[in-house]
Ligand binder design. Sequence first.
Ligand SMILES: NC(=O)c1ccc[n+]([C@@H]2O[C@H](COP(=O)([O-])OP(=O)(O)OC[C@H]3O[C@@H](n4cnc5c(N)ncnc54)[C@H](O)[C@@H]3O)[C@@H](O)[C@H]2O)c1
Length: 330
Amino acid sequence: MKDFAGKVAFITGGASGAGFGQAKVFSEAGCKIVIADIRQDHLDEALAYFKDKKAEVHAIKLDITDRKAYAAAADEVEKVFGGPPQLLFNTAGVNTFGPAEASTYEDFDWVMGVCLGGVINGMITFVPRMIKSGRPGHIATTSSMGGFMGGATTAPYSAAKAAVNNLMESYYQALKPYNIGVTCLCPGNIKSNIAEAVYTRPKNLEKTGYNVDEKTINFLRSIHAQGIEPVELAKILKKGIEDEVLYVVPVPNPEEMLRNTLERIVNYASAEGIKRQEEQMRKMFEEMAKRQPQGPGPSMNFEDVGFAQARKDLKWVKQTRMPGAPPPKK
Ligand SMILES: NC(=O)c1ccc[n+]([C@@H]2O[C@H](COP(=O)([O-])OP(=O)(O)OC[C@H]3O[C@@H](n4cnc5c(N)ncnc54)[C@H](O)[C@@H]3O)[C@@H](O)[C@H]2O)c1
């Protein structure tokens, strides 16, 4: 898709971070924007931003894990704009980190419910409506680089994002005959409010195996403060949509990054490969440790801040240490 003027774009998580960046960039490209978000304060801030702009923006408070509410939101879009969106951005997501072995059912149900379930709900709600409208369209889902790899402390998030990547490839093939493109955005670090994701965690899924408190939230804030600007990211995504590519990997050398991903899988399939892989990872972490700022800034040592550790009462779980990290502060 190259011409965005007058098209309706439905953006989940559209009131903050990556989604808000998409709302800004695609409204400037001429789209009518629907921002759907679970946080009313984020919706209010986003609407305040658009108040003096020429953009046509409609806000809907929506929890994307609620299928009934999602269908109602789709009906509302048709009422307000006279038809379903031509552009769907599945952008809302949450994360929480801790040792895989400490995870609870609730850790998986919450993260996978939003990051994978929410995307599935978006597809089931909108794809038939988009096809029936007979108009060309595009679906852009924000996954993560984390979807290309597992991690000792990222299990629910990585699993959800890996599934999202795979799901988007299926839809990419399935929707071609309908002139509906599919793009899967796989960023690294974004300047966003995702450190606060835990604030929207539902009460019935609050039981976690991870150590999460204001200190770990602040640590994550300091990490995300160094991420890519959402508007810059949305511009990269726009180019990907225009080029109709499936994967958009916003790093300086995406091909090298994807080749390394495939090589890692090949390495894990033999004893010699595993040795190679472990050596590569040791070197990578050593390099990362060297690049750490000496002064204030995010510590490489997760133990210092309690980040990505197990809940304190789970004494049987080993503490998480980044390979190559300096020794913990006493
Ligand atoms: N921040 C990063 O470094 C990073 C890296 C890679 C991928 N991502 C992905 O980018 C996407 C956007 O995240 P962000 O970093 O901009 O975070 P963000 O928290 O700034 O924005 C996400 C928005 O989604 C909303 N949201 C959360 N749960 C929801 C639900 N159930 N229903 C509706 N809205 C919900 C939040 O209220 C928030 O406004 C996510 O899918 C995330 O996984 C983020």
